[in-house]
Design a protein. Structure first.
Length: 345
């Protein structure tokens, strides 16, 4: 009935059956709009029926014809902070055509674009329509990708060349999986599907350093899928790893694709987190372990060392730098880097 680039949601008939109310963020702010309908077609354009009100969801009309609804007060947006050795700047909201609906930001490899999920419906509902917004920092231009998916909230992951994004969610056949989409068109390129049983044990997904392969943690093991051919194989059985539970907390391949760094609690205790290295021949060694509340977070494509915030951290092989960083001496020249973050203070 109405074609518009804004998000038009939650239509509801007025009691007379001749008008529709709906919420829309056309114009940049959420308002209620009203349009006359005759013989199934809109009569004239929609008219504003309220001022800005955030997100309202219709509940119905009273017997006297009063319209009542519920309001969503929690809003999500993306902010940036400029970091420096002496601290950081104040957070700055990233301008967006649709405010209050943006989450899970991800910088492109060249730092020139910012991708995020943008919800076009009730935040928190699994079936809420979503688009992936990509903003070009130099020009402020936005483009909206609408892949044939019900994408989840996980942060989109850029391929190393910036040509594709990894997203997690349901396809049109209601199958859950990890999906690679074209970063310019939103077209679906390939998917790693999960069975119903595997949906409770899936873990992280990653690109290979050259962007030709997608890796995903599934109930079958660490799955490898080639982008060009769609060929899918199991890299190895995750049950053989020295961690006490799955899924893995994180993993990254070395730039040459020969070694795998991964994190998780060691099998003897859940109170620690350890960093492991699996080499090409299958040999696994432990590089570092930390106690709660510290954690180890792997960072793709980075060659800096770990920063350990607590003296209770127990490195297995390595040395500390003047900045408090931990540099493993046993790791190969091409290795992933990680950071360790403790409680505030």
């Amino acid at each position: 009935m109405q074609a518009h680039p804004g998000a038009d949601i939650q239509p509801i008939w007025e009691p007379d059956g001749r008008h529709l109310l709906f919420s829309s963020d056309r114009g940049g702010e959420w308002r209620t709009w009203r349009v006359a309908v005759q013989a199934g077609r809109a009569v004239g354009g929609p008219q504003e029926a309220s001022g800005p009100h955030g997100r309202l969801y219709p509940l119905g009309f009273t017997a006297a014809g009063a319209y009542y609804n519920r309001a969503q007060t929690g809003m999500l947006d993306v902010f940036t902070v400029r970091l420096s050795p002496g601290g950081g700047s104040e957070p700055v909201r990233v301008p967006a055509s649709f405010s209050g609906t943006n989450m899970a930001p991800s910088w492109s490899p060249d730092g020139g674009s910012l991708a995020c999920h943008s919800v076009r419906g009730a935040i928190g509902l699994r079936a809420a329509p979503r688009v992936i917004t990509i903003r070009e920092l130099a020009t402020g231009e936005e483009r909206f990708l609408r892949p044939p998916l019900a994408a989840g909230n996980a942060t989109p992951r850029w391929s190393p060349d910036g040509a594709h994004l990894l997203v997690r969610g349901l396809d049109r056949a209601n199958r859950f999986g990890i999906h690679a989409i074209d970063a310019h068109t939103g077209a679906l390129v390939t998917s790693i599907q999960f069975s119903m049983n595997e949906q409770t044990v899936y873990g992280p997904s990653r690109w290979s350093p050259d962007g030709a392969i997608v890796y995903a943690h599934t109930g079958r093991g660490l799955v490898r899928r080639e982008l060009a051919t769609g060929a899918e194989t199991i890299e190895f059985d995750l049950e053989s790893l020295p961690v006490s539970w799955l899924p893995l907390q994180g993993f990254e391949y070395s730039p040459d694709g020969q070694s795998l760094a991964f994190t998780g609690p060691p099998k003897e205790t859940n109170e620690l987190t350890a960093l492991y290295l699996r080499r090409a021949g299958g040999e696994v060694s432990e590089l570092l372990r930390v106690s709660r509340p510290e954690m180890i977070s792997l960072q793709a494509g980075c060659r800096t060392a770990a920063r350990c915030c607590s003296p209770a951290s127990t490195p297995r092989s390595g040395r500390r730098t003047r900045s408090g960083a931990f540099q493993p001496t046993a790791a190969p020249p091409n290795h992933s880097a990680w950071t360790s973050r403790g409680s505030p203070g």
